[in-house]
Design a protein around this ligand. Structure first.
Ligand code: C5P
Length: 399
C-alpha cells in the first residue's frame, strides 16, 4: 500500500494520456496521495477535470503566482513529491527533460524536483526508435531517471511496433514495489567514500587524480534504492546523487575525508570505500600562491593516512567492510594481500587490462575476493550492474 506516499503524475501530449486516468485511479486505490501536472498539449487528449476528480486534487497546468507575485508552484510541487512519474511522456517532453527547456510547468517542476523521476514514454514506433529519442532516453537513464519501457503492439497510427505506454496497472505496481522495500539493507547505515582527493600545494594548486566520483554516487543511489540510510563522503566531483535521502558530505583532501569517516564509521553497519585517495600530500602547503621563480621546484610529499585500513583496524564483529583495488600485475595475489592487511569482508578488484574496463568507461570487469579464499570472476558489464552484484553479496552476508 502507498498510504502517506505523495505521487506527482505528469501528463504530456500523447494519445496515451487517457491511460493516466487509470494510473491515477490505481494509485488512489493503493491509498497514495496524488497530484497531477498537465502540459497544455495533453489537455487536447484528456480533460483536466477528469484527472482532478480522480486525483482528488486540482490539476496544475500553468505557472501560478503566490501572494508576493512570485512564481512558485513548480518548486512547491517538486518538493512535495516522493516520486514524480511522467506518464505518458511524449518525444517532445523527453527531449525537453534532457535540454532543460522549461517553457511549461511540467518541465520546470522536473528541474525543481528532488525526488526520483520516472518516465513512461509513449509514441509512434519510428519516433521511439529514432536515434534522437534513443539518445535522449539513454542520457536520462544515465542521470538516474527511470525509464519504464514502452511495450509493443498496435499503435494509434495503426502501425504495429514498440511505443505503447506500459499499462497503468503495471506502473502502479512498480510504484508500490518501489516503496515496499524488502531488502536486508533497509534502514541500515551505509558509509560510502567516493571521488578523488585534492591535496593543496598552495591556495590555487593541488595534487589530484582522474577519479570521476561516479562509482561512489552509483553505490550511494543503489544502497538508497534498497532503503539504506546512506552517508556519502565524496571528494570533488560534478556527479550528483539521485536520491534526496542520501546525506552527502563533500570534502577536498584525504585528511578531511578521514575526519568525516572517523565521525561516521563507528555508527555505520557497512563501509564501502571506493574513493581514489591520494597516497601522498604536500608536506607544507604554501599559504600564498607560489611565485614562478627558479627553473626547478621541489615539493616535499608525505604519506596520507590509509582511511580504509583505519576502518579495518577499528571494525567491530557486526560491521562489514568493502574496499576496492586496482592492480596491474599479480592481481589476485596482491588483492588477497590487501584483503587480509586491511581486514576487509569484500574486496572488489578492478581490471585495467580488459577492453572496456576501468577509468572513463561505463563498463568494468571485476573480481570479488571474500573470506576463505573465495574468488568470483564477473564478465565485462555495466558499472550499475556491478553495484547490484556488490549489494547482493551484502544482502546475504549481513544480519
Ligand atoms: O592500497 P590501495 O590504495 O590500493 O587500496 C585501495 C582501497 O583503499 C580503496 O578501497 C580506497 O578507497 C582505499 N583507500 C583509502 N585511503 C587511502 C588509500 C586507499 O581509504 N589513503
Amino acid at each position: 500500500m502507498l498510504s502517506g506516499k505523495k505521487i506527482l503524475i505528469g501528463v504530456t501530449g500523447s494519445i496515451a494520456a487517457y491511460k493516466s486516468a487509470y494510473l491515477i485511479r490505481s494509485l488512489i486505490k493503493l491509498e497514495a496521495e496524488v497530484k497531477v501536472i498537465m502540459t497544455s498539449a495533453s489537455c487536447d487528449f484528456i480533460a483536466p477535470l477528469t484527472l482532478a476528480t480522480l486525483s482528488k486534487n486540482p490539476v496544475a497546468i500553468d505557472f501560478v503566482k503566490n501572494k508576493e507575485g512570485e512564481w512558485e508552484n513548480h518548486v512547491e510541487l517538486g518538493l512535495w513529491a516522493d516520486l514524480f512519474v511522467i506518464a505518458p511522456c511524449s518525444a517532445n517532453s523527453t527531449s525537453k527533460l534532457v535540454s532543460g527547456n522549461c517553457d511549461n510547468l511540467l518541465i520546470a517542476t522536473y528541474l525543481s524536483a528532488r525526488c526520483p523521476v520516472w518516465i513512461a514514454p509513449a509514441m509512434d514506433l519510428d519516433m521511439f526508435a529514432h536515434f534522437s529519442t534513443q539518445e535522449n532516453l539513454a542520457q536520462l537513464s544515465e542521470k538516474g531517471v527511470r525509464i519504464i519501457e514502452p511495450t509493443s503492439g498496435e499503435l494509434a497510427s495503426g502501425l504495429d511496433g514498440k511505443g505503447r505506454m506500459e499499462e497503468p496497472e503495471v506502473i502502479a505496481e512498480l510504484v508500490n514495489d518501489f516503496f515496499e522495500i524488502k531488502s536486508n539493507l533497509k534502514n541500515k547505515t551505509i558509509l560510502i567514500t567516493g571521488g578523488p582527493t585534492y591535496e593543496a600545494i598552495d591556495p590555487v594548486r593541488f595534487i589530484g587524480n582522474h577519479s570521476s566520483g561516479k562509482t561512489g554516487v552509483l553505490l550511494a543511489d543503489a544502497c538508497a534504492a534498497r532503503g539504506a540510510h546512506v552517508i556519502l563522503v565524496t571528494g570533488p566531483t560534478h556527479q550528483r546523487v539521485n536520491d534526496p535521502r542520501i546525506q552527502v558530505i563533500r570534502v577536498q583532501s584525504a585528511l578531511e575525508m578521514k575526519a568525516a569517516v572517523e565521525k561516521h564509521w563507528p555508527t555505520a553497519k557497512v563501509g564501502i570505500f571506493s574513493a581514489a585517495v591520494a597516497d601522498y600530500r604536500p608536506a607544507h602547503p604554501a599559504t600564498e600562491k607560489i611565485k614562478k621563480k627558479s627553473d626547478d621546484l621541489t615539493i616535499e610529499l608525505v604519506k596520507n593516512p590509509d582511511i580504509l585500513a583505519w576502518a579495518g583496524q577499528t571494525k567491530t564483529s557486526v560491521q562489514f567492510l568493502i574496499g576496492f583495488a586496482l592492480e596491474t600485475q599479480n592481481e589476485i595475489k596482491n588483492a588477497q594481500g590487501k584483503f587480509e592487511r586491511k581486514n576487509l569482508d569484500l574486496l572488489v578488484l578492478n581490471s585495467l587490462r580488459d577492453k572496456g574496463a576501468g577509468f572513463g568507461y561505463d563498463t568494468n570487469k571485476v573480481t570479488f575476493i571474500q573470506h576463505n579464499n573465495k574468488i568470483t570472476n564477473f564478465e565485462l558489464k555495466e558499472k550499475t550492474s556491478i553495484m547490484e552484484d556488490i549489494l547482493d553479496v551484502l544482502e546475504q552476508e549481513i544480519q
